[in-house]
Design a protein around this ligand. Sequence first.
Ligand code: NAD
Ligand code: MG
Length: 406
Amino acid sequence: MVGPVVGKSGNSVQKTVTILGATGSVGDSTIDLILRNPEAYRVVALTAHKNCAKLAAQARALKPQMVACADPNGYAELKEALRDTNIHVAAGPEGVCEAANLDADWVMAAIVGAAGLQPTLTAVRRGAQIALANKECLVCAGDLFMAAVRDNGATLLPVDSEHNAIFQVFDFDLRDKVTRILLTASGGPFRTKTRAEMASMSPAQAVAHPNWSMGAKISVDSATMMNKGLELIEAHHLFATAEDRIEILVHPQSVIHSMVEYADGSVLAQLGTPDMRTPIAFALAWPKRMEAPAARLDLAALKSLTFEAPDLERFPALRLAREALKAGGAAPTILNAANEIAVASFLADELGFLDIADVVEETLSAMPPQSIATLEDVMGVDTEARRVAALGARQRAAKRIGAAAE
Ligand code: NAD
Ligand code: MG
């Protein structure tokens, strides 16, 4: 359950910590906080995908028991880079799961995409405190993931800034008096662009987020607003709240990170400057609080906070995500897998920006409705959706090359 469940390290002097996705943007911010408080945390394991040089440098600074890179080809480089240490080195997806299985009190789940599902579940199954950044886990396998959290007595601490905000103001004892969740969205770099303007936007323009500095995939998701669609599904699972009680509100300043409305009309919000170190610090210190270096909020200097309704015509990904959540079954798994493929093709300059949502929509239409009962079902649907989406992406990419040649 998400909620005030004290983990086994609640009273220990040093919290033991593992970071899955240590070399990414959330990983960097987590390490920044740990290095500012070296006496409070001991790092057990660090993992990455391919960036072995960075992972090895992080390992030298933090002295974990173990490091793992998901890319099996990275083993030799990582082993060589750490040859004068006694740090255990592993590689491949099993190596990442081995790292997640080591006995750390607190695990930062910051791998990007569905690739984070198995390692995060490995940590869930041993009842750890999970600081959850990896929203794709909940989108592709939400019911199963939440059941595993409950069954194993794990604790979920939401790190996604909106969900962290909701967590801070959500009264779990008065859940039936929560009438709405207001999920705020910056609107991304293309908030004011027309569809015609968006059509020619490059990967570099899409990843240039106005308020947040993040990894490439989530930055593109912010530009299409699929990120908010994924977060809608994430909020539904984390807070056991029905789809029609979660409203998306565009708030370009990213100061109010989300809000919860109660039956009496009160609306509680969490505010702060847009810096991921604040929600990560909340999760790292939970159930206490710690110092974090984010710039302090100066509302007088900001002068105004503005809000607008999301535009579902210009940002169809929002509609697709809501429809997938309503449809249930395999639809969110398909949405997530197709989006991962489409975003990767866009970042590789094969697809146009508007093709991303189109590939997702076509993949959802092409695949029959299915129910999901087991993790094998999730993996099967995920694999098939990636195949269908990749085919659709290739066809669109070929058309694009043809059109450019004319
Ligand atoms: P990133 O791309 O900067 O980092 C991703 C990390 O995952 C890296 O360490 C990378 O090596 C690792 N990784 C990538 N593919 C992998 C694979 N196949 N197997 C194992 N490891 C792999 O991404 P990020 O911006 O840090 O985001 C990480 C997660 O946190 C995403 O799910 C994202 O949606 C979520 N999140 C990020 C932010 C943010 O501000 N960056 C905010 C909220 C939520
Ligand atoms: Mg977010």
